[in-house]
Design a protein around this ligand. Structure first.
Ligand SMILES: Nc1ncnc2c1ncn2[C@@H]1O[C@H](COP(=O)(O)OP(=O)(O)OP(=O)(O)O)[C@@H](O)[C@H]1O
Length: 257
C-alpha cells in the first residue's frame, strides 16, 4: 500500500480510450478496450502473457496504429496525428521499456543527458547537467553518474531507464513490466520508485505487469485484461474479491505459492 495519498483529479482525464480494436492478421489482440486515466492516477493493467497489454501502451504512445476505436491522450486523437504533432506528444508521454534501453557505450550521466540533447538541442549544458542531477537523485543513484551501464545491477539499470524517461518531464509515464526479472527486494524498490515518481513529479501512469505485488503497491486502480478486453476494473481489494477464474488464478499464483 502507498505511504501517501496521491492527488488524483477525477475531473481531468489525461487518457481516454474507447472501443479499441487491433488485430495482426487473424490474431485479434484488442477486442473492444475502454479505459480512462485521470490526472495524477496510477492505473495498473494486469493480464497474462500475450493478452495485448504491450500492444495497448504502444497504441497509446503512437507506436502502433489501431484498427478501430478512439485514443485520446492529453486532448489529442493519437491515431490522427501527423509525425510532428506525434513527436510533440511523445515528449509528454514517457515510455519506460522493459529492458531500460540504455546505451552501453555511454556513461549513466551521458545516457540521461542524451534525450535532452536530442529533443531540446538549445538547452544549455548547465541546465542539462542540473536536470541529470535532479533525476539521478530522484532515482537514488547519484553516485553512478560516471559508471557504465554494464557496471550496474538489473535493478539499477531499471532505475536509470526510468530516470531517462523522466528527464523530459513527461506528464504521463507508461511502464512496461517494470519489475520483470527482478528479485523481490529489488521489485519493492522499483514499486517505491514508481510511487515516488507519481508523488514528486505529479505524473499519471499506466503500469503493465503480471506481478500482483507490483499491482497492489503501485495501482490506485487495477484493470484486468483477458482475451483483448478488460474484464474487471477497480481498487485492488475490489478486483480480487471477484470469483472470476482468471482473477483467482492470478491471486493464487502470486500469493499462495
Ligand atoms: N508488431 C506485431 N506484429 C504481429 N503480432 C504482434 C505484434 N505485436 C504484438 N503482436 C501479438 O499480439 C499479441 C499480444 O502481444 P503483447 O506483447 O501485447 O502481449 P502482452 O500482454 O504484453 O504479453 P507479455 O506479458 O508476454 O509481454 C501476441 O500474440 C503478439 O504475438
Amino acid at each position: 500500500m502507498k505511504s501517501f495519498t496521491p492527488e488524483i483529479d477525477y475531473d481531468n482525464t489525461v487518457i481516454s480510450i474507447g472501443d479499441l480494436y487491433k488485430s495482426f492478421g487473424t490474431n485479434h489482440v484488442l477486442r473492444g478496450v475502454d479505459l480512462k486515466l485521470h490526472k495524477g492516477e496510477n492505473i495498473v493493467v494486469l493480464g497474462r502473457s500475450g493478452t495485448g497489454k504491450s500492444v495497448l501502451i504502444k497504441i497509446i504512445a503512437g507506436l502502433l496504429k489501431p484498427d478501430a476505436g478512439t485514443v485520446n491522450v492529453l486532448g489529442e486523437e493519437v491515431p490522427q496525428l501527423g509525425p510532428i504533432a506525434l513527436r510533440e506528444l511523445r515528449m509528454k508521454v514517457g515510455f519506460c521499456f522493459q529492458n531500460g534501453a540504455l546505451y552501453d557505450s555511454m556513461t549513466v550521466g551521458e545516457n540521461l543527458a542524451f534525450p535532452l540533447k536530442r529533443n531540446e538541442p538549445n538547452m544549455k549544458a548547465e541546465q542539462r547537467n542540473k536536470l541529470v542531477d535532479i533525476v539521478l537523485d530522484a532515482v537514488g543513484l547519484s553516485h553512478t553518474i560516471d559508471q557504465m551501464p554494464a557496471e550496474l545491477s538489473g535493478g539499477q539499470r531499471k532505475r536509470i531507464g526510468i530516470g531517462r524517461t523522466l528527464i523530459l518531464r513527461p506528464e504521463i509515464m507508461l511502464y512496461d513490466e517494470p519489475t520483470a526479472g527482478l528479485d523481490p527486494i529489488t521489485c519493492t524498490e522499483i514499486n517505491n520508485l514508481i510511487n515516488e515518481v507519481q508523488r514528486r513529479f505529479k505524473t499519471s501512469s499506466i503500469i503493465i505487469t503480471h506481478d500482483l505485488t507490483c499491482a497492489r503497491a503501485t495501482g490506485d486502480e487495477i484493470a484486468v485484461m483477458k482475451e483483448g478486453k478488460f474484464i474487471k476494473q477497480g481498487k485492488f481489494d475490489e478486483v480480487f474479491t471477484d470469483n472470476d477464474e482468471l482473477i483467482r488464478e492470478f491471486y493464487d499464483y502470486n500469493f499462495t505459492q
